[in-house]
Design a protein around this ligand. Sequence first.
Ligand SMILES: C[S@@+](CC[C@H](N)C(=O)[O-])C[C@H]1O[C@@H](n2cnc3c(N)ncnc32)[C@H](O)[C@@H]1O
Length: 277
Amino acid sequence: MPGQTTTAGIHSDNYRFLQEHVYAQTGIVLEQDKHYLFETRLAPIVRQLGLGSINDLCAVLRSSRETEVGRRVVEAMTTNETYFFRDPGQYEAIRKTLLPRLKQERRDTKRLRFWSAASSTGQEAYSLAILLLEEGFGDWNIQILGTDFSSQVLDRARSGKFHQIEVNRGLPAALLIKYFKRAGVEWAINDQVRQMVRFETLDLRKSLRAFGPFDLVFCRNVLIYFDAETKKKILKEIHGTLFHRGWLLLGGAETAFGFEEWFEREGSGNAAAYEAK
Ligand SMILES: C[S@@+](CC[C@H](N)C(=O)[O-])C[C@H]1O[C@@H](n2cnc3c(N)ncnc32)[C@H](O)[C@@H]1O
């Protein structure tokens, strides 16, 4: 029996099946009220496959979850929204507080390591690289790692090319002119910035112990999608990748409240950082 049909025309058992599929693949919890999201994001896949409905798509998926179709469904259901210098207060805190301290503490090795976990198409990692160059770290040994679950967004991140609409979001015109050049209808980031950043596929639910140690980890706008248990596991793992007093930066709607054993909150509002104990 197909079960009840929901407002978006998805049978309720198929809705549950899609929720479970996305959860199993990514850890992302999609609540009961996300019908419109499934409808709008899966409609193009339904059309491309010549199917009649999302229920038909579920039938294809049920026959084998590990297929290309299964991957495309997950990619479609993942929110990849990002932009340059998102939450400027955090970049200001890095500039004013973290970098002067690191400049002093690492003056001998001149070596710094950063991680943009859930980097999406790379704007976060590249914003940090640009900030470091602007702050005079051009002759330092800097490595910025960007990771994401989705290989699709990482391909774009690695290309270092951005559409006009993307460079219009958050990137000051002076920095666009200084660090990018025109590449057809896109803008390509320059080699100096690109060489500071490398991207790798990584599921944050896996063990993260092989990574690090880092001076700063961005884990922004991804923990909100996970359940409490997954979030706790990830925060513990990230703590293990940070230097003592290294910074964890979270998204505006995320906190490490309740994890005082591992982190101490520094600063306030959107500029708050969590310092590793
Ligand atoms: C909204 S974007 C955040 C981008 C960036 N951090 C920012 O704040 O602008 C969330 C990203 O998390 C990634 N993601 C979702 N589940 C993941 C997982 N289990 N492991 C790693 N990345 C994941 C998605 O692919 C997506 O690119």
